[in-house]
Write a protein that binds this ligand. Structure first.
Ligand code: UDP
Length: 318
């Protein structure tokens, strides 16, 4: 197969490219490095089955040659990023999705949308099955991401129904692992970087809010299986093991052997109080479930961030 991955230099996009290449497929990657990083795909430079286009998928997008798949992963994904880049986030979810679907239609390619647990907003149903319509504040600060992804899902289903495009939608829950940006602001990267620097871990609110953390290898395997499946309904891919943010902070401190303390900062607006995927559909349709427990995934992620300790990006500002 020859597949296009938008956002290929991002955390998930780059791991997904590795997964396709590992199975002998050809990957064309697009990224504009807004939040993606060249170092995430540096190891693919010169790979005979990988090519790269520096491009903003929110602009008209042309890719030469045949394609069997289009996987749309381009978007700021950390709350800190999309709060800083609300217009780009709305554009890549709307115009970018439209363009990526247009490429899929023109090439007769299968399309997979990277959607998100944020379509459930601050959920009133727990855990969240795919049948739940969500509780999203459209005009709140997170609305730029949540509504962009909800629009992207609607656009994907419209191309499926009206144009016959073969589509897949994955709803990705909190994922962590190597290649996250140290400064991207998400909780796992923040806590590990803070612990390694000996700084206080910044728990927002009272830390009783929950998240369910999926290691990147599990997440990518689920997405890869969904792409190859016949399932056109949305599928949650995430790890249902649920932790409070405070539990995560304590675990990171223990696992890094850090002398860091925990400090409280205000809870951001509309921060979901709970989140846990119901993965019955993924288990039934894809035969998929997570295999990496939090401690094991955190150990690998801590190793990754430790490897960066010598570099400028992990040094405290002078
Ligand atoms: N969080 C925190 N400290 C941080 C970063 C995040 O307490 O330094 C909290 C945040 O308020 C949220 C949870 O951790 O409740 C997960 O945040 P993240 O930004 O990773 O992603 P989200 O799941 O909110 O999209």
């Amino acid at each position: 197969m020859r597949v296009l991955i938008t956002g290929v230099a991002g955390f998930l996009g780059s791991h997904l490219a590795d997964r396709f290449l590992r199975d002998g497929h050809e990957v064309v990657g697009i990224d504009n490095f807004l939040t993606g990083r060249p170092e995430n795909i540096a190891h693919l430079t010169g790979h005979p089955r990988f090519s790269f286009l520096r491009h903003n998928v929110s602009e008209f997008t042309y890719v030469a040659g045949p394609l069997d798949g289009v996987l749309h992963f381009a978007s700021p994904a950390s709350p800190v990023d999309y709060l800083e880049l609300p217009i780009q986030t709305l554009k890549v979810g709307s115009l970018g999705t439209h363009n990526a679907l247009g490429v899929a239609l023109a090439k007769g390619a299968r399309f997979l949308l990277a959607s998100t647990s944020e379509v459930y907003g601050d959920p009133l149903v727990h855990p969240q099955p795919e049948s739940y319509w969500g509780n999203v504040n459209p005009i709140g600060p997170r609305g730029c991401y949540d509504e962009a992804k909800r629009f992207a899902e609607a656009m994907t289903m419209a191309y499926h129904r009206a144009q016959g495009v073969d589509t897949r939608i994955v709803r990705i829950f909190n994922t962590y692992g190597p290649r996250m940006r140290p400064g991207d602001g998400r909780v796992v990267s923040n806590f590990i970087v803070q612990a390694l620097r000996g700084e206080a871990l910044t728990v927002y609110g009272d830390g009783s809010q929950t998240r369910s953390f999926c290691f990147v290898s599990d997440e990518v395997e689920g997405i890869y299986r969904l792409f190859h499946s016949g399932e056109t309904q949305p599928v949650n891919i995430g790890n249902p093991d649920e932790f409070t943010v405070r539990q995560l902070a304590e675990l990171v401190i223990a696992m890094t052997g850090s002398s860091s303390t925990i400090t409280s900062l205000p809870l951001p607006a509309d921060d979901p109080k709970v989140r846990q995927p119901d993965i019955a559909r993924a288990r039934a349709v894809l035969g998929w479930g997570p295999t990496v427990p939090l401690r094991e995934g955190l150990a690998a992620t801590i190793d990754y961030f430790r490897g960066l300790t010598g570099s400028a990006r992990l040094q405290p500002p002078t």
